[in-house]
Design a protein around this ligand. Structure first.
Ligand code: PLZ
Length: 443
């Protein structure tokens, strides 16, 4: 277990019952010391990983179709990223950037300014997690506007801190019993074309009317929107919806915040999903895929907004950790060097094609949606949009037994979402879909 793993055959391989004996033993230890509030979606324990494959402590190999919920977009244990982080680790591991600086923080902010949407002067602050990035975006927008209201959309997800809990749509499991929550958060209906059948213009008019009636535009500091909703079920808004929201924000002095924690950094075949929709946010949050698993996140946006905070108002002990920042810088370099945006588009072509074929066989697949390597299928009663919520848990339980790790999503738990690394081969993608096919025919 101490040896350096250099390679793993890119294939699924089941060599014990799942969970195997070593995973079972670790799970028993975990249950004694890890809070029951920390879920265990699969009671398996990973020893090492490479590329698109996870290897558990019993030697079982899984095709990772979840990427640690969209984090290892570049692939597990990418050599260039690990080398960059290790080189930094041997130089300096911590100073606290607000006390004494280092280059990787500055370089990452340069890259974020370059690759986030919008051709204007941008600045960033680096933090530790997606939720912390969202918290900071709200903080910064409030300081800039002198207003306090925060608009969010139904089916949205923004984190597990007190403020971001209040911004989430779903009570269970994110909020129930954890209140009281931060105030002045206002929820409005989103665009969910598969269910609401509204055009982008109609859905935007509904959203805007809610905010205008319930809050009043002049009391809103910001609107925080995931361009493709992640935990909510990879909800892709109707054409024109996001640009209409952005225009309304711009016209009314509301800071438009794009929460790209899940959809950002090559995931959709673009650096940021906002680009796909033709939206130029005032502020963007980045986390997950930016550093391949090293914890780091950012708020990036218009320099005047980012500079509205007084010195000392933003920061935190570990924010922009040198190793995590060096890893993130390398991720950006690899995206360019290896055309990883193109790889995300390849995943879309292969996976969407296979899912369309699957839908022909199984009419319970009501909708196929998403972009790049962020795709999902939603299960509904055939010919209707009534959710069927017991199919997805059966598929994920079946698949893990066969060496495929799949994730669910959606307000009704009826969405199977795919967040594979963009380096996953077509062969592995098709193999994973074949396992879903087997699962569906066995249900
Ligand atoms: N904003 C859009 O998707 C994190 C949550 C996993 P953190 N989504 C995965 C879980 O069960 O906690 C997310 C997101 C969007 C914010 C966040 C929060 O990011 O890094 O988990 O804090």
């Amino acid at each position: 277990m101490n040896s350096v793993v250099t390679d793993v055959a890119q294939e699924r391989r089941v060599v014990t019952e799942i969970p195997g004996p070593n995973s079972q033993a670790l799970h028993a230890r975990r249950q004694k010391v890890v809070s029951a509030g920390v879920a265990a979606t699969f009671p398996i324990y990973i020893d090492h990983a490479k590329g698109a494959i996870l290897v558990d402590v019993d030697g079982n190999q899984y095709i990772d179709m979840g990427g640690g919920i969209g984090v290892v977009t570049i692939g597990h244990v990418d050599d260039a990223v690990i080398d960059a982080a290790m080189a930094q680790a041997h130089k300096v591991t911590h100073t606290l950037f607000t006390v004494a600086g280092y280059e990787s923080y500055v370089r990452l902010c340069e890259l974020l300014a370059q690759h986030t949407p919008g051709d204007f002067e941008k600045k960033s602050v680096l933090v530790n997690s997606g939720a912390e990035a969202v918290e900071n975006a709200v903080k910064i927008a409030r300081k800039f506007t002198g207003r306090t209201g925060v608009g969010v959309l139904d089916h949205g997800y923004h984190g597990r801190t007190n403020l971001t809990m209040a911004m989430n749509f779903k009570a269970m499991p994110y909020k129930l019993g954890f209140g009281p929550f931060a105030g002045d958060i206002h929820h409005a209906p989103n665009s969910y074309p598969f269910h609401d059948k509204l055009s982008g213009a109609e859905a935007a008019a509904r959203t805007i009317s809610y905010f205008e009636k319930k809050v009043g535009a002049t009391d809103l500091a910001c609107l925080v929107v995931e361009p493709i909703q992640g935990e909510g079920g990879f909800v892709v808004p109707a054409d024109g919806y996001l640009p209409a929201l952005q225009k309304w924000c711009n016209d009314n002095g509301i800071v438009y915040v794009s929460d790209e924690v899940q959809s950002g950094i090559m995931r959709t075949g673009h650096y940021y999903a906002s680009e796909f929709f033709g939206v130029v946010p005032d502020l963007v949050t980045t986390a997950k895929g930016v550093a391949a698993g090293f914890p780091i996140a950012a708020v990036t946006g218009r320099a005047d907004i980012m500079d509205a905070s007084h010195a000392g108002g933003l920061g935190g002990t570990f924010g922009g950790n040198p190793m995590a920042a060096a890893a993130a810088v390398q991720v950006f370099e690899e995206i360019e060097k290896r055309d990883l945006l193109g790889e995300a588009k390849r995943i879309e072509k292969t996976l969407k094609g296979a899912l369309v074929n699957l839908q022909k066989k199984y009419p319970t697949i009501g909708d196929i949606r998403g972009k790049g390597a962020m795709l999902a299928i939603e299960f509904t009663e055939p010919g209707t949009d009534t959710p069927i919520s017991d199919i997805v848990p059966k598929i994920t339980a079946y698949a893990i037994q066969k060496g495929v790790l799949l994730l669910s999503a959606g307000t009704y738990g009826n969405v199977l979402r795919f967040l594979p690394s963009v380096i996953t081969s077509d062969e592995l993608i098709l193999d994973a879909v074949a396992v879903i096919d087997e699962a569906l025919s066995s249900i």
